[in-house]
Ligand binder design. Structure first.
Ligand SMILES: [Zn+2]
Length: 297
């Protein structure tokens, strides 16, 4: 069975071994947490800013609200290139949910301190699916994946959040979800985990905006906002750009990073490979497939 039905699910690599007519699934718990930031040496160099989604953090004066907004076409373009390369295809409705989830998590990352790597796993009852997204401001990346096979049916919709900060214990929390809209998930998350109201909007042309109340916020104004108001907010309100961060769709997985999770097979290679030249390991964060040969262990 695919153990992707809990928040730990994203920590598993699944190993597929082609065995003539059928697949054999092996599940191996990774030693590394699912959302460990990739090392800087894995970042390709010479990437220009245009390949990134630029995320602006804007303070709305007098309302005491933080606006985080971005245009997500660069991230979505690379996400679709990744799906093509990996021969992955998701149902349109689920694909949209995953894209929304990556967008809103990116905005949330920018509303949070730089050092945090955050992973969200959402277990939905119907459609029965696990959605996963993770990203980091420091490593300027967001990635995600969805699981539809062998997902255990949860008794309610739940969002599991895991925050990692280098040299600290990190945090885990979970909230129950009432709806199937990723934008509303974030509003619920802010109410329950951040304990302050927030609104999330999908605007034209793959633009998204998150508005989060700061101390002494004008919450009545925040509640009354419409997408039209948010689209022209810098014309109607006094605003100040606080900072800009950039993100791209990037996982950073590689065979080298998967191999430590297979260490226990080192002395049992025959059992793992059964005479086949390789096994295929699927990255739990982005769904990329990596071929592992016996000499790599
Ligand atoms: Zn990956």
């Amino acid at each position: 069975m695919f153990p992707v039905s809990s928040q730990e699910g994203a920590g598993f690599f699944s190993l597929h071994k082609v065995n003539h007519c059928h697949y054999r699934y092996l599940n191996i718990m990774s030693d590394t947490p699912p959302s460990t930031p990739e090392q800087p040496e894995n970042q390709p160099e010479n990437l220009s800013v245009e390949e990134f989604t630029k995320v602006e953090s804007i303070f709305v004066r007098h309302r005491n609200v933080l606006l985080v907004r971005a245009q997500f076409t660069p991230i979505y373009t690379d996400y679709y290139l990744h799906l093509m390369e990996q021969k992955l295809r998701h149902k349109e409705e689920l694909d949209q949910k995953l894209k929304d989830l990556m967008a809103v998590l990116t905005l949330h990352l920018v509303a949070r301190p730089w050092a945090e790597t955050i992973a969200w796993t959402i277990n939905l009852r119907a459609p029965r699916v696990n959605l996963f997204a993770t990203g980091s401001s420091l490593f300027e990346n967001i990635t995600g994946h969805l699981f539809t096979e062998n997902v255990k049916e949860p008794d309610r919709n739940v969002l599991y959040s895991q925050t990692l900060i280098k040299n600290t214990e990190g945090r885990k929390s979970h909230i129950e979800l009432e709806t199937e809209d990723p934008l509303q998930w974030v509003e619920t998350y802010y109410m329950q985990s951040e304990q302050r109201p927030a609104r999330v909007f999908r605007l034209d042309d793959e633009n998204f905006a998150l508005l989060a109340a700061q101390p002494d916020a004008d919450t009545e104004w925040l509640e009354s906002l419409t997408a039209e108001d948010v689209a022209k907010i810098t014309e109607t309100e006094q605003t100040k750009v606080l900072e800009t961060r950039k993100f791209r769709f990037h996982c950073g997985c590689s065979p080298e990073k998967i191999i430590p999770a297979l260490r226990s097979w080192k002395d049992r290679k025959d059992e793992l490979f059964q005479g086949d030249p390789f096994v295929e390991a699927t990255c739990p964060r982005c769904g990329a497939k990596h071929l592992i040969t016996p000499d790599m262990l």
